[in-house]
Design a protein. Structure first.
Lengths: 335, 335
DNA sequence: CTGAAAGCGCTTACAG
DNA sequence: CTGAAAGCGCTTACAG
């Protein structure tokens, strides 16, 4: 089963490969005779010719391929972004190579290497903790890079993200307006800035509204041990004599673990305990009461990432400025 | 910013490109002098040389790339499979190109075309309704193809799936053993065999256990209109004088829409209405009561798909037999 | 032990 | 209007 090449088409049509290339790519067709063009098209069709993108890429030094490197493709947050990006970018004639770094900086490093060798035209990266140096090294190769969602400070790269600080502030403020006075926060123990910004937004709102920040109200969970630490943290937050009357989950994963725990506790929501969480989940609507959450602008982030990466590919000197999109607080019965 | 090629390395090391290729690929190294090998390795390192996979692919007629074409990457079912496949296949040195056909046969057709042109070494496909002919056309090109999850009859292709009929039978039987006598079923209006097998399993179990199949107990939902039709269907199922005492959801998407509806109804679960659903979801654990569900063997299916596709790539005449993995009924309080 | 050369399947500047 | 030829960056059979 030999693949048919442009040579076979040329042979069959009795012309040179150059003409075949021109006709099939619709170039210089004004100076090619109609008859020849017809012959070529027919030959191509009869032989069921398909152009070899690999050969074309080699010649053109462009693969029309973009690497999308996410922290975990099985996380709905990432898979939804992947779907939108895939849709948007295919309109522009690109294809997405997805890599899932499994929250592991070393794996991200490997993926970057593999995709550099594969000559992708650009990278859209949702970084993981500790991956800063690999991303900076990548940027040094002059490969176009766009960072989404998570980010690092002082990176001279296009960053597209949501207003983590502001959204957390708004959510906390909302709880306080509802009369809550002692708000717990569950977050990850991490150096990731976007998460720590959420903590900062929470703290600031507490302060601004005349409440006090108690360090024992913030629980830092190890990502790798969620299922044990989240229930424990909730037990602690609720067992203080000064127990919390509202709980803020900093991510969807934390919320899911937390809601599972709260299922088995006999607590009135929102009267005894109000709930609010970052991110969305198909689960939030079917909890005891639907859960108030912060809806991130996935569509805007994804679309902007596509715009910028394709823009950078076409114009290496493209100026960019970081984009911060606002999240939306979706108020439900849990608060 | 010129990319450094094997020529640059050869020049710097003062040898031919052939030697560079041999050394860097660890071939014929036994007949290359240590000194030369050192020189080459150093030159490559100093120049920060990276082999161009595209050029290699062109020469080798192998891209080490596999297309994974799913119905919807944003569906957790697909994104979990994607993650497992990505992990497994990277061990074997392949990279996954993901395409999401959005439950649209035409889009799947386009994706197949694009990926054929890109010379992927093989396809793992989760088909959509109406895509049978495109998949058969693809198979005719002799490209290795593995079908997962959904399938068509009489396709001489490796199909890896779960025991849809048996799992639905078991689930229905379980409900009947719990004393339920009038079981509703929500499924999609579709020609997809795997779903209709679920209906068949349900019907057979009803029959075998001495109950009667009532056509009004099965509701066929239009995929595109879930959020309207599911609540309506549930209203109907519950408003009969002879109303149902158990409800079986044929997929996770149907279950989610159904659970949202049941949230607002005042029904005792499982006493008045027992629930059971195909697939998993992070949501099922936090419903009023955790939901009994059929856990499909995602890991086994994914791993087997990787084994078969890589096997077929390495040996075009590989014999395969369809593999059916058993699902597992996870019994929770909803039944 | 090493190098010159062909070739993978395209595109494109050039010559006629 | 059309063709011969070079070249993208590799690999590899062959010759020495």
């Amino acid at each position: 089963m030999k693949r048919v090449s442009i040579k076979d088409v040329a042979l069959k049509a009795g012309v040179s490969t150059a003409l075949v290339s021109y006709v099939l790519n619709d170039r210089h067709t004004n100076r090619i005779s109609k008859l020849t063009a017809e012959k070529i098209k027919n030959a191509a069709k009869e032989l069921n010719y398909r152009p070899n993108s690999i050969a074309r890429s080699l010649k053109a030094k462009k693969t029309n391929t973009i690497a999308l490197l996410v922290a975990d493709i099985a996380n709905p947050f990432a898979s939804q972004i992947a779907r939108i990006i895939e849709d948007e970018i295919s309109i522009k004639g690109y294809v997405i190579l997805i890599g899932s770094s499994d929250e592991n900086a070393e794996k991200l490093h490997q993926l970057i290497d593999i995709f550099l060798n594969r000559q992708v035209d650009g990278f859209i990266i949702l970084p993981v903790e500790g991956s800063e140096k690999y991303i900076l090294d990548l940027a040094k190769t002059k490969a176009p890079v766009v960072i989404i969602d998570r980010y690092f400070n002082n990176m001279d790269l296009p960053v597209i993200t949501t207003n983590n600080y502001g959204a957390a502030y708004q959510a906390t403020e909302h709880l306080i307006k509802r009369g809550k006075k002692n708000i717990g926060l569950l977050t990850f123990k991490t150096e990731l800035i976007h998460l720590n910004e959420r903590v900062n937004g929470y703290k600031r709102a507490v302060l601004d509204k005349g409440l006090i920040n108690k360090s024992e109200n913030i629980k830092y969970i190890n990502e790798t041990n969620i299922d044990v630490e989240v229930p424990n943290a909730i037990d602690e937050l609720l067992s203080n004599e000064d127990k919390i009357d509202a709980l803020f989950f900093a991510t969807n994963k934390l919320a899911l673990a937390g809601l599972r725990k709260l299922m088995v506790l006999n607590i009135k929501i929102p009267e005894e305990l109000a709930l609010i969480t970052f991110d969305e989940s198909e689960a939030f609507d079917i909890f005891k009461v639907p859960v108030t959450h912060i809806k991130q602008p996935l569509y805007e982030i994804s679309k902007e990432a596509v715009e910028i990466i394709t823009g950078m590919i076409e114009d290496k000197n493209l100026k960019f400025k970081p984009r911060v999109y606002n999240s939306k607080l979706i108020i439900k019965q849990s608060s």
